[in-house]
Each structure stands twice: as structure tokens, then as C-alpha cells.
Design a protein. Structure first.
Length: 149
């Protein structure tokens, strides 16, 4: 085999690399500037103020559609803990049954979430200087697992 002599590099070959470096620098500066300019405030929407019970009663009396009232309650994220007396009182004041059901569900959901969080705390056990998750992944203390004691 004959060895071929290497061809000398073209005069403009380094120029292409310099153009690429400039382009990469410009793109990276635009990207970094975009990250710096966009903040968390641009992503999140402010929540509207929560509706009070007198406002809800007046909205129902003014015949505002029930779905609109519920969507405003959902957007505000308000939780209502209503007793039986409170439900009867609101119903007598003219609050729609669909709105009352939604208001009751907010309180029930909040209580269920709190109970789930409390239950999750009780499933973790401290044993042998580390945390273990409850059954069936718990530590074995003796001849039987700890949850049999």
C-alpha cells in the first residue's frame, strides 16, 4: 500500500469553527437571559379572594348559575366545615342544593386528606437507628414481625 500524502488544511477551515463558537455563544446568552427573565410570578396565577357565606347566599338569591358559583368556589380553594344546623340554615336562606353539596364535600375532602397524612405518619417506624415503612416492609424484632405483638 502506498501512503498518500496529507493534504494541507484549507485556509477558511478555522473560520467556520469561529463562526460556530460565536453562534453558540449567542444562543447560550439568549437561553440564560430567558431563564433569568422568566420568574415564578409568570407561571402562577394569583387566587381570587375566598367567597364568604353571605356572598354565596346573595349569589344564589340573584339566580347566578350554580355551575358558575361552584367554579368560583373551586378557584378560591375555600374549605367549608358545615354542621347539620348550618346546612339547614343555608338551605332556608336560599342556597342551592348543588352548591351546598359542593360546600359539604370541601370539608369532607379536607378531613380525609388530614387523616391520610396522619395515617402515613403512623406507618413509619424507627428501629435500629433507621426508619422502616410499616407492614409488610417492617423490621423483624423477634420470631414474629412487630405488628403481631
Amino acid at each position: 500500500m502506498k501512503k498518500r500524502p496529507m493534504k494541507p488544511a484549507k485556509k477558511g477551515a478555522g473560520k467556520n469553527w469561529k463562526n460556530f463558537e460565536k453562534l453558540l455563544l449567542i444562543v447560550s446568552l439568549i437561553f440564560i437571559t430567558g431563564i433569568a427573565v422568566s420568574g415564578c410570578a409568570a407561571v402562577t396565577k394569583p387566587t381570587p379572594p375566598p367567597l364568604t357565606i353571605p356572598q354565596i347566599v346573595s349569589m344564589c338569591k340573584n339566580h347566578i348559575p350554580q355551575n358558575e358559583i361552584i367554579s368560583r368556589l373551586r378557584a378560591s380553594g375555600e374549605v367549608f366545615y358545615l354542621s347539620a344546623e348550618g346546612v339547614i340554615k343555608l338551605h332556608k336562606q336560599g342556597v342551592c342544593t348543588k352548591v351546598l353539596n359542593y360546600m359539604l364535600k370541601t370539608g369532607i375532602r379536607a378531613r380525609e386528606e388530614r387523616a391520610a397524612i396522619r395515617g402515613a405518619r403512623h406507618r413509619w417506624w424507627w428501629y435500629n437507628q433507621q426508619w422502616y415503612f410499616g407492614p409488610p416492609f417492617g423490621p423483624w424484632v423477634g420470631p414474629v414481625p412487630y405488628w403481631w405483638y
